[in-house]
Design a protein around this ligand. Sequence first.
Ligand SMILES: [Zn+2]
Length: 246
Amino acid sequence: MRTFYTALLALFLGELSFAQPLIVLDAGHNPQQGGALGVRGIYEVDYNDRFVAELQPQLEKIGWQVLLTRKKDQTVTLGERVQTANQQNADLFLSIHHDSAQEHYLQETQFNSKKAYQTITPIGGSSLFISHLNGQPEQSYCLANAIGRNIADLGRAPALHHAEPIAGENRPLLNATYGIYRYDNLAVLRGTQMPAVLLEVGVIPDKADEAYINHPTHRKAIEKAVVQAVQTYSTECLTRTVTQTK
Ligand SMILES: [Zn+2]
């Protein structure tokens, strides 16, 4: 009899875990090609990995299953990241990046004898990207909107330099208050079937912004802003449409 109840309990727990929503977290770039180089000579990939590592347990705590496209020392292609999310039929996809600026805003410098880049003018803030070629662009925008709103509530300004009408930028700005851009051809957003957002947490060659996002209190606050947006996603985004401006 005990075996029967144990089996029943296992079945019940199995049902519960099946019902858990799944979010795929994507730490941008790879150990060998680390993305942007910051003011302290640290490549973006290290910031991305740390943010994802801190975010994962917080999302699990609110009942989400978390799957990573890439572990800290792994190298994974963009196509493989998309494949992971689509094969698992994930509910949400969130790519974590840290930002830079166009070359003419950067000067090469050194930090502890390491090559580094510093902005010649203040370019700070967080920004968010969605693709209209994604499987669910409206829900993607709604999630970006919730993340952007929660980050703005921290008193943090959006990064607006991607809208500048110059080569390499010129991205349509969907929401100037929260720094939400449309970038249709970003591979991980375009290829994913579930709502997908790319978050640029901060601008790492900008001295003040790097110090902000590197500070544990501020970083944890941004992580909490993301967690709260994921937590309210189903009530906020699956029941109504948030209008995009473009
Ligand atoms: Zn990046």
